[in-house]
Design a protein around this ligand. Sequence first.
Ligand SMILES: [Zn+2]
Length: 388
Amino acid sequence: MKCTSEFECGSGKEFAQAGPMRWRMTLRADQPGYDHYFLIRLSAEESSGIAEIEVHPDPATPPSQGAEAFDPIRPSSLWRRRGSDGPWERIPAELFETVEGFLLVRQPVRPGEVWDIGEVCPAPFSDLARHAQDLPTHCPHVRAVQFGETPEKRPMLLARVTDPDVPAAEKGRIFILAGQHGTEFAGSFAAKGALDFLASRLPEALALRRRYVFDALLCANPDGNAHGFSCFNSEGKDQLGAFMNAATVETPATVEADLIWRHLTNNSPDLILNFHAYAQPRPFGDPPHEAIYVPDPGWFTDPERSRQQHVLNHALFYLTGGGSQHRRPCPARIGTLEHAAAMAWDSLSALYQVQAQQGPHQNLLTGVHVLRTIIEALEMAQAESEGI
Ligand SMILES: [Zn+2]
């Protein structure tokens, strides 16, 4: 029997055999708060029976403190699939438990079987990139746009969705992104849902493509995704706060953030929708345990934009699950893309934390719902202010 994390999105370290059918491994944490993701591959080889895997916390990274502290070894659900093309499924609750400071996962195996086992259902960068490249064959209003490369030469690839028969100058611009934190896959599922809805044959999608140019970046941190890094890129930097002073004097702090900033400078967005993800529900809060981080409407210079951000914040709080984990909207942080874009272009924005344990299809629906809710609220507010 073998156990490894040497594959796309794999994560874990210090693998050691602890018995004929038992392995132990340690979580590989980027920093406090990002100390629970793991994804391993178990190859049964000649073995048959119940394989056991011990998952130990990373001793180098103490758990985060305070009310939002999350226990890295007490997940509410885990995921698995048999073989590299099997469907991902939830692991039955009776097959994992927390024992003496570590997580113990059991997996029945037969000779020759290979099982992937992880904290969340992954969305590997190679799948997301292929999707962006294939979508134009299904919808003539989509094209894939590469706008640079990561330090490890993976493409920064977005899908642009718009009806080319309407001049760009007559349309609004909406930038959708996900995966700044590479293993927050539920955010990429949500962004993919929004993208696929926009590229669909629904009359509503056709109409939206005449009114907006949508740029959807399903993975903003391809290297981090591929390496299974919870927070960082391949250079050990966090993409979330990489935009400090980008609107005024400084270059964004990562290669990927700089590429995104340059792209937006040439395509200044009216609205940015940034999907992140929570890996597990936390005991405080209510289902679906999702969150929103929104700008202070006072950040905007144009009073109309300030009013629109108020509308957007209320739309997300009252019409989506985004207030459920914290029972309030959380303030967007200084140094994020959302903050820098408000400073540079008065861009409206929201960062939405999708709940990974809802599963990929529910995440997809959340992405669609969040996008539709925001656009509908903003368009209604626009019509109201114009007295239509
Ligand atoms: Zn995140």
